[in-house]
Design a protein around this ligand. Structure first.
Ligand code: ADP
Ligand code: MG
Length: 559
């Protein structure tokens, strides 16, 4: 085929495919237009997963009759005028692509009225062409109705999921918009069904929107996060560690109130919860970052869901700190009872009930502190049984010791006071090529933690000194585990935490090891002094607590 410039019509369809991927993309573009037009009320309706009908009405500025046709031209926009504007975009839209792209893949009706035009105007477009245009009265604002989306695009229709799935994408999208704009009243009706309604109040209170979307119980327990670092202003609501979820669907990030997918902000958030959640658990967060417009680039992808920060590290640490502060400010009541199922005789993990924690009237302890515990004995050479002011505690001796060692190792390292144990008789150890490579790049880190390792020819090495805190453990095992963990790409933790974690794990007393009363008491005393006595460095619980209330309940003393 000879080379030729594609006809405008084809070009607009290619681009439409990028912007309009599915019905929810149409809803997104239309809502963004309404928000840019300063609307305070936006009503969204969809039928058949958005394929049959999508209707978005707003009470924004409206479009002047004289400009209505122009709005459907490609790259026609009222939001930027020159290249400079592109550097500092403050509106949600700016590419002038949405309306023409939607009109290229569906039939579109639009009716609009400004405050200055004497009469509103109405237009009907089919395959991107205006087929009817007339004056029509309406109140100020704009309504766009999209019929038969993708009807002439069977390939795209086939790619769509069931109407229910597309509906849920739309609902999710509208929820995110509502979270970003609590002062705007959103209503959503899907397939005319009452049950699929969303209605936010527009009083500007984020907690109320969260309550509408995730339920009032959850909304009440969310913690306020706020921080102003000059460059980045962070604000939002985050979950206490006890409200974790098993996936990342509850993380909502906005930058200058634009809903974004940002691996950077996800990581910053998860970083703030490190050590507070178990593996596989994720927080709930609704976070907006406000930045001067020239601090970011949103013109990366047609759907504008990706952004680039000029100062990534600054944004990252502002978000992380805002969340850490919120978590630290609010003592979390975590001395809730753990259900004990008599029939199965199984302890359940405390996490499993966190979501519906009963409102037990127990003494509320700050999460991070332990009450004074009295050791009663050891169970299965693995758990320490202890009594506290509010019931029974079962403590995992390995996990508890891991927490103690981890904190101490990191403390010694950060104060540059690592206790080193020299070996009278150096140990010879032979490394695999991979281990040797890891050792080469991490030798200095290891030295900072108290390891003295010298080459001894032929992949053999001499260990001359080790950290005193783990001196009693199996040294060869500790070193190979350490090199493994340093080589692993899975964990994004900084190297010092990887080292401390690995040392703590392999240096800690094992399950199955018998302990004297004296040793158990000492262990608990040391655990009380750690900053997070209730979780091990991997985020697993160090203890299970059965409250006095729960005991009485299980024994039928109270009902
Ligand atoms: P963009 O939003 O990138 O400017 P669009 O194709 O989405 O491009 O819209 C084109 C123009 O139409 C906008 O710049 C705006 O002037 C006008 N417009 C679209 N929707 C609305 C609306 N709901 N209210 C007021 N003006 C609108
Ligand atoms: Mg737009």
């Amino acid at each position: 085929m000879p080379i030729k410039v594609l006809a405008d019509e084809i070009v607009s369809k290619i681009a439409a495919g990028e912007v309009i991927e599915r019905p929810a993309s149409v809803v997104k573009e239309l809502i963004e237009n309404s928000l840019d037009a300063g609307a305070t009320q936006i009503a969204i309706e969809a039928q058949g997963g958005g394929v049959e009908l999508i209707k978005v009405s707003d009470n924004g500025t409206g479009i002047p009759a004289s400009e209505l046709e122009l709005a459907f031209y490609r790259y026609a926009t009222s939001k930027i005028g020159n290249l400079d504007d592109l550097e500092k975009i403050s509106s949600l839209g700016f590419r002038g692509e949405a309306l023409p792209s939607i009109a290229a893949v569906a039939e579109v009706e639009i009716s609009t009225q400004t405050s200055s035009d004497p009469m509103g105007s109405y237009m009907y477009l089919k395959k991107g062409e205006v087929v009817r245009k007339e004056s029509r009265a309406r109140s100020q604002g704009t309504t766009v109705t999209v019929h038969r989306l993708f009807r002439y695009f069977p390939a795209r229709l086939k790619f769509l999921k069931s109407a229910n799935t597309e509906n849920s994408h739309i609902a999710h999208l509208v929820s995110q918009c509502a979270l970003a704009f609590p002062e705007v009243k959103f209503t959503l009706v899907l397939d005319k069904r009452q049950s699929l309604r969303l209605r936010t109040t527009s009083n500007g209170d984020l907690r109320e929107v969260v309550s509408e979307i995730y339920g009032s119980d959850l909304a009440q327990r969310m913690l306020k996060a706020e921080r102003n670092d000059g460059l980045a202003k962070v604000s939002g609501l985050i979950s206490p560690p006890s409200l974790a979820r098993s996936n990342r669907n509850y993380l909502s990030f906005f930058v200058n109130r634009r809903w974004v997918h940002s691996p950077l902000l996800t990581r910053a958030t998860e970083e703030a919860y490190r050590g507070l959640l178990m593996d596989g658990q994720h927080p709930i967060a609704v976070i907006n970052v406000s930045l001067p417009a020239q601090e970011l680039d949103v013109n990366i992808h047609p759907a504008k869901a990706q952004i680039k920060f000029c100062h990534e590290q600054t944004v990252f640490s502002s978000v992380q700190k805002a969340i850490e502060e919120a978590l630290a400010r609010t003592p979390i009541a975590s001395s809730k009872a753990v259900p004990f199922s008599v029939s199965s005789g199984q302890w359940q993990s405390p996490r499993m009930i966190m979501d519906n924690e009963p409102a037990f009237a127990v003494a509320q302890l700050p999460a991070l502190e332990l009450p004074v515990l009295r050791v009663l004995g050891q169970l299965a050479n693995t758990y320490i049984i202890a009594e506290g002011p509010d019931g029974l505690y079962l403590i995992d001796q390995h996990a508890a010791h891991e927490r103690i060692l981890y904190d101490r190792i990191l403390a010694q390292w950060s104060h540059k006071e690592v206790e080193v144990q020299g070996l009278l008789q150096p140990i010879t150890i032979e490394f695999s090529p991979r281990e040797e490579e890891t050792l080469r790049v991490s030798k200095e880190f290891l030295a900072e933690f108290g390891f003295a390792i010298e080459p001894f020819g032929n992949r053999s090495y001499l260990i001359r000194a080790i950290p005193a805190l783990v001196a009693r453990a199996n040294i060869i095992e500790i070193i190979s585990a350490l090199l493994d963990s340093l080589a692993s790409k899975e964990s994004l933790n900084p190297w010092e935490e990887k080292i401390a974690q690995s040392l703590a794990c392999h240096g800690a007393i094992r399950a199955g090891q018998q302990l004297s009363n004296e040793e158990m008491r000492e262990l608990i005393k040391q655990l009380e002094q750690t900053k997070q006595p209730r979780t091990c460095p991997h985020g697993r619980p160090t203890m299970i607590h059965l409250s006095a209330y729960q005991l009485e309940k299980e024994f039928g003393r109270i009902s």
